[in-house]
Design a protein around this ligand. Structure first.
Ligand SMILES: [Zn+2]
Ligand SMILES: [Zn+2]
Length: 543
């Protein structure tokens, strides 16, 4: 069978191309789309002799899905770690899983767990060090909250991380203490880093590679063909991406790398690399900055205090002067920027920094981004539109408990939390992202959450009735807008001749699915560069 040749016929094809929004057939030849239209015979011919032919039998095909912001290495890790996400309701549930892992792991090795969510634990907190000591006295433990912004450890973990009674809280972080000043084992924001560093010697290059491959397989099984790596922080990780992407014999997704500014800004200025450098498989994306924290930890930086914590307006992750200065430097060096900003004050400061940078040197098509851009306000939505800044909302609504957001901010402010419809109405090209492992990259869950404006924590409640968008708008966000956000719309994100042959085939006709059942759909087949990179059981191509 010829590589990269494939004809898809007899389907309901969503092209994301305004010139021809729907079709029944797509042909890919040598990895590139050569035909989109309604003539199955023409599609077979265009794909070439010996190409695989898939009869879609009315199922939907879309441009390969783009997850604009996630963390493939921690995601792959999370697939290998103790699962603290599924079915965890109490401290005891977590302790049971840690105890079980301890029996299977040689003493002294780290036990890593991922995905607890304080708000759904009956006690409203993770286990403390003493409780963890009781089930794992001989293993250091590192349990990470689903957001990645909080961790819980035991006495051995505290020791190896270098935390003592006398350790001061780092800038932008909190080492939790009890009334006697004793460490509880809970670490918040930048205070988690020493624990993470201590636990990484166990991550050998082989294990890191296996984890990345595991993540890639998972993305492909969900129909995702392009992934934004949202925080590349070191040369080992960069080498790993190069290694995995150079192996053409295993299925691949396409990666867009956001480089952490602390790691990359000075080097980039020296080398002269700009956003866009690289290949269709591995491209250098934006320069990444962290400006504030999250809602759950009340560290997102907001203009008015938290409703449930008077006087607290969150944290800056680093000095605002230094932030502005580094944004301008990245902008002048030819870089698209991407800033993690969740609170409205952080979003506003980011917009101000981008405006200052544009005043120094106008780059009208640089497409600076704000990752999460969660707690918006009407004036900030207008500024995003007028100043051509792209918000990347992530699936935080689906991952956050809505009542928690109401507690933190009150209903009036939550009205403008990631307001999809208001953003799209102003022609802002918003992409979809999962922020995996914060949330599952499963598009079924993301489509369901966005189209219905509901949270998995309370499926009956519509959170923002006026901000629901329809399926087509959501699919456009998942494909064309994702490509635009990484400056690649001329190469992917729509199905039209000349673009990359990346296609997602669903198990059903999406247009016929009740919106409330969208979480049941799945990918049947994932095609990357014309080759089948994933196939669920029961789907067979033929000649
Ligand atoms: Zn973030
Ligand atoms: Zn992220």
């Amino acid at each position: 069978m010829a590589q990269g040749n494939h004809a898809l016929i007899n389907g309901n094809v969503f092209t994301a191309d305004d010139a021809q929004p729907s079709a029944t057939a797509v042909a890919i030849h040598n990895g590139i789309i050569v035909y989109v239209g309604n003539d199955d015979k023409a599609a077979r011919e265009a794909a070439g002799q010996d190409s695989e032919v898939t009869d879609l039998a009315g199922r939907s095909a879309t441009p390969g899905l783009i997850d604009a912001h996630c963390h493939p290495l921690p995601y792959g890790d999370s697939l290998a770690n103790i699962d603290l996400q599924t079915g965890v309701q109490s401290v005891q549930d977590i302790l049971d899983r840690v105890r079980e892992a301890a029996t299977k792991t040689p003493p002294g090795q780290w036990l890593a767990g991922w995905g607890y969510y304080t708000q759904t634990i009956r006690e409203g907190r993770p286990p403390n060090r003493r409780e963890l000591d009781s089930v794992a006295p001989d293993h250091p433990v590192a349990l990470t909250q689903r957001s990645g912004h909080e961790a819980a450890t035991n006495s051995l973990g505290l020791k190896l991380g270098g935390y003592t009674r006398d350790t001061l809280d780092p800038e932008g972080g909190l080492i939790e203490r009890d009334e006697q000043g004793e460490l509880t084992g809970v670490l918040i924001e930048n205070a988690t880093h020493a624990l993470g560093d201590a636990a990484t010697p166990d991550v050998t290059p082989e294990r890191a590679e296996a984890n990345l491959r595991r993540a890639v397989e998972s993305f492909l099984s969900f129909g995702i063909t392009s992934v934004g790596e949202a925080h590349l922080t070191n040369s080992d990780a960069l080498r790993l991406y190069q290694k995995v992407q150079s192996n053409k014999s295993t299925p691949r997704v396409r990666f867009n790398l956001m480089l952490a500014h602390r790691f990359a800004l000075e080097a980039i200025e020296t080398l002269g690399i700009e956003t866009g450098f690289g290949s269709e498989w591995l491209r250098v994306g934006p320069m990444k900055f962290f400006l504030d924290g999250t809602e759950g930890q009340r560290t997102a930086r907001i203009s008015q205090p938290y409703q449930d914590d008077a006087g607290n307006t969150g944290m800056w992750m680093f000095s605002t002067d230094e932030f502005r200065e580094r944004i301008i430097r990245a902008h002048l060096a030819g870089w698209q920027c991407a800033v993690h900003a969740i609170g409205d004050a952080a979003i506003e400061l980011t917009l101000d920094a981008y405006r200052d940078a544009q005043r120094q040197l106008s780059r009208p098509d640089i497409r600076h981004r704000i990752e999460h851009a969660s707690l918006l306000r009407p004036d900030l939505v207008d500024r995003l539109a007028h100043e051509n800044v792209i918000p990347v909302p992530g699936g935080r609504f689906a991952s956050n408990d809505y009542p928690v957001l109401i507690e933190r901010f009150g209903a009036e402010r939550v009205r403008w939390y990631q307001p999809w419809n208001s953003l799209l109405e102003r022609n802002i090209p918003v992409p979809v992202s999962s922020d995996a492992p914060v949330q599952s990259p499963d598009p079924a869950r993301n489509l369901w959450a966005i189209v219905n404006s509901r949270s998995e924590f309370d499926r009956d409640h519509i959170m923002q009735p006026e901000e629901r968008i329809n399926l087509e708008e959501t699919l456009l966000a998942y494909t064309r807008n994702g490509a635009y956000a990484s400056h690649e719309e001329h190469r992917k994100g729509t199905l039209k001749p000349g673009l990359l042959g990346d296609v997602t085939v669903f198990n059903t006709d999406l247009a016929a699915v009740d919106p409330l059942d969208l979480d049941q759909v799945r990918a049947d087949m994932t095609i990357v560069a014309g080759e089948v990179a994933f196939r669920s059981d029961g789907v067979n191509g033929s000649h």
